[in-house]
Write a protein that binds this ligand. Structure first.
Ligand SMILES: [Zn+2]
Ligand SMILES: [Zn+2]
Length: 376
């Protein structure tokens, strides 16, 4: 076990002397890359993902890191390294990127940090995709339509028209910055003539105004399934916007949302629904049909079932991650009392009441006793 483990520093691709911030940065980068949702069908992805979480858990904690540095993996044998005190890898991921369900966190990171990183790179895009519970259950492919800035076809992204000359900016001499004086201070500013590019094009492309990109509509298809609901999925690397004048492309992220369902509510892989039954069925017991996403399911109602009772139908919920097993269906029974009785029905119930006296209502009897105690 311990012998086959890879070195935590190696897993996180950092050196042994690196600061915490670097460890965090590296974890975030690698965890996004190896997230199982992004690597469907790749069985090593989840393994790598878990390995990363474990390495991060140890190396992000000063005490554990010190112990690891001294004793290696054996520092955590028989407890702390294996299970106790460790994050669930998926929880850790969510913590690091903010609640994935809400959507916001991960994008703030990518839009803010990633896009600004290399100069002129295109923006990452976010697409919010709504699917129904049935679609999530069965898995489906959805068409998505984006409008985005893509490389200009006329100038092929260069921003220059045919025969145009690209020359070093005369104002900033190619530095892209000019220094301005403000009172006692000298402040470096992006060059106004070349907008910080350091070079100028004498005849910019007319279709894109020299930016090298124009807005296009684009259609694509997106595969989704239940396990992706509420998660951020990087649909494609390079599926975002084109950069300025041939700068790198951003990425496209798809966030999958579930539409509300008229019958079922979802909680993880479990489904919940409320099913009304006649009060006679509740009293006598019987078999009823309850809905599930795979079709009606038969369910036994025991005699004497009270309203509000919960029943669990195993394996009739939503699919589970990387498994053929499914979650459960929770059925809450609502006992329906008839609002209209005809003459015969009323008589039958009256004679039923006479037969019962107060022998057949234990819940009511214990309630009456409690009230009596209260006032005596
Ligand atoms: Zn152009
Ligand atoms: Zn300039």
């Amino acid at each position: 076990m311990a012998q086959t483990k890879r070195c935590y520093y190696e897993v996180l691709q950092v050196t042994r002397t690196v600061e915490f911030e670097e460890i965090k940065k590296s974890y975030r980068k690698l965890a996004v890359k190896h997230h199982p949702d992004k690597n469907p069908g790749d069985t090593t992805a989840e393994e790598r993902f878990r390995e990363l979480a474990e390495a991060y858990d140890i190396l992000s904690d000063a005490e554990k890191r010190a112990a690891y540095d001294r004793y290696g993996h054996s520092a955590f044998q028989g407890g702390m390294g294996g299970g106790g005190g460790m994050h669930d890898p998926f929880d850790l991921f969510r913590e690091m990127f903010g609640a994935a369900g809400g959507g916001g966190g991960i994008f703030d990171h990518f839009f803010g940090g990633g896009a600004g990183g290399d100069n002129g790179r295109g923006s990452d895009l976010r697409y919010d995709l709504q699917i129904t519970l049935e679609e999530a259950f069965a898995g489906c492919e959805k068409e998505i339509e984006l409008r985005k800035l893509d490389a200009c076809g006329t100038c092929e992204g260069t921003g220059a028209s045919k025969g145009a000359k690209v020359s070093t900016c005369s104002l900033c001499k190619g530095r892209g910055q000019v220094v301005a004086s403000r009172g006692f201070f000298q402040v470096a500013q992006p060059c106004p003539q070349c907008r910080g590019e350091g070079r100028v094009i004498d005849k910019p492309c007319r279709d894109c105004g020299g930016e090298g990109r124009t807005a296009f509509g684009e259609k694509g298809r997106e595969k989704v399934c239940a396990v992706l609901v509420g998660q951020v999925k990087r649909a494609s690397s390079g599926g975002g916007e084109a950069g300025v004048r041939g700068g790198g492309k951003g990425d496209l992220y798809v966030v999958i949302h579930l539409k509300e369902h008229p019958v079922f509510s979802r909680e993880g892989t479990d489904l919940h629904c409320t099913v009304p039954i006649p009060f006679v069925t509740a009293a006598l017991g019987g078999e009823i049909e309850v809905p599930s996403l795979a079709g009606p399911v038969k369910m036994k109602v025991p005699a004497g079932t009270q309203g509000g009772s919960d029943f669990r139908l195993k394996g009739h919920g939503m699919p589970r991650l990387q498994s053929v097993a499914k979650g459960d269906l929770h059925v809450r029974l609502e006992v329906e009392v008839p609002t209209k009785l005809d003459e015969n029905q009323r008589k039958a119930l009256e004679s039923f009441a006479e037969l019962c006296g107060d022998h057949n209502t234990p819940i009511h009897r214990s309630f009456t006793e409690r009230i009596r105690d209260l006032f005596s």
